[in-house]
Design a protein around this ligand. Structure first.
Ligand code: ADP
Ligand code: MG
Length: 239
């Protein structure tokens, strides 16, 4: 069953620049779906529309069987992790992870249990009282992921979460994300411009080009049977 469904989505900025047109996409429940494509092809815009951070110009979006086309971000069963981490610098790690739950007025005891659980899952137990400035890039990204986990969303949305990390750490975090997907048994939608990242993380890849879906399939399927020259060139020849 599809967890996220996009029907005839169009996005036009300021009434003139159309960056996505007539896009249909189904994201399977429980999948690790990677949206991949060159810089500027509309990946972030698409993800932001799923999150509700950007309106759609035309079309419909449903998440978990609910039409959320015009719903606020907080009324969608999602949590988003950004490339820039977007942590609060003056708050400790624990506070950063806790923040969204405080806003949602979840009882303190329950919040504490969730922070502890996320910290354990992400290896942050010894860092809970530190501030973001006292963390490495990888640790900061773990905190950002922790903040998403405690919301217990049906769908995780990641926008190039590893691109600020060095190559070795990126490899390690990829393995961690794959393990996290297994353990949480949830749907993950992951945006990247990096073909290798897409090939290693995804069980399903969506190749985007200039605001259109070129092809959808399992990594090896795209690699062995590309349907367009663009897919052949993009998946076949890593930069
Ligand atoms: P990607 O994430 O694939 O690099 P984006 O979704 O960020 O691409 O951008 C797709 C296109 O939409 C780009 O041409 C970008 O300049 C344009 N765009 C993105 N956001 C806005 C905006 N707020 N106003 C106008 N144009 C935008
Ligand atoms: Mg982007």
């Amino acid at each position: 069953m599809a967890e996220v469904t996009l029907v005839e989505i169009e996005k036009t900025f300021r009434g003139k620049t159309t960056v996505i047109s007539n896009l249909d996409l189904e994201i399977e429940d429980g999948s690790f779906t990677v949206l991949v494509g060159p810089s500027g092809c509309g990946k972030s815009t698409l993800l932001r529309m799923i999150a509700g951070l950007e309106t759609v110009t035309r079309g419909a979006i449903s998440i978990g069987g609910h039409d959320v086309t015009t719903a606020e971000p907080s009324d969608r069963d999602i949590a988003m992790v950004f490339q820039s981490y977007a942590l609060y610098p003056h708050m400790t790690v624990a506070r950063n992870i806790d923040f969204g739950m405080r806003l949602a007025k979840i009882p303190a005891q329950e919040r504490q249990a969730k922070v502890d659980e996320a910290a354990k899952l992400l290896n942050l137990e010894d860092l809970l009282e530190r501030k973001p400035a006292e963390l490495s890039g990888g640790q900061r990204q773990r905190v950002a992921i922790g903040r998403a986990i405690v919301r217990n969303p049906g769908v995780f949305l990641f926008d190039e979460p590893l691109s600020n990390l060095d190559a070795a750490l990126r490899n390690r975090m990829r393995v961690e994300l794959a393990e996290l997907h297994q353990r949480l048994d949830t749907t993950m939608v992951y945006v990247t411009h990096d073909q290798i990242e897409a090939m290693t993380l995804a069980d399903r890849i969506v190749v985007l080009n200039a605001g259109k879906v070129e092809q959808v399939g399992a990594p090896m399927e795209l690699y062995q049977r590309p349907e367009t020259l663009f897919v052949a060139g993009f998946i076949g020849s890593p930069k």
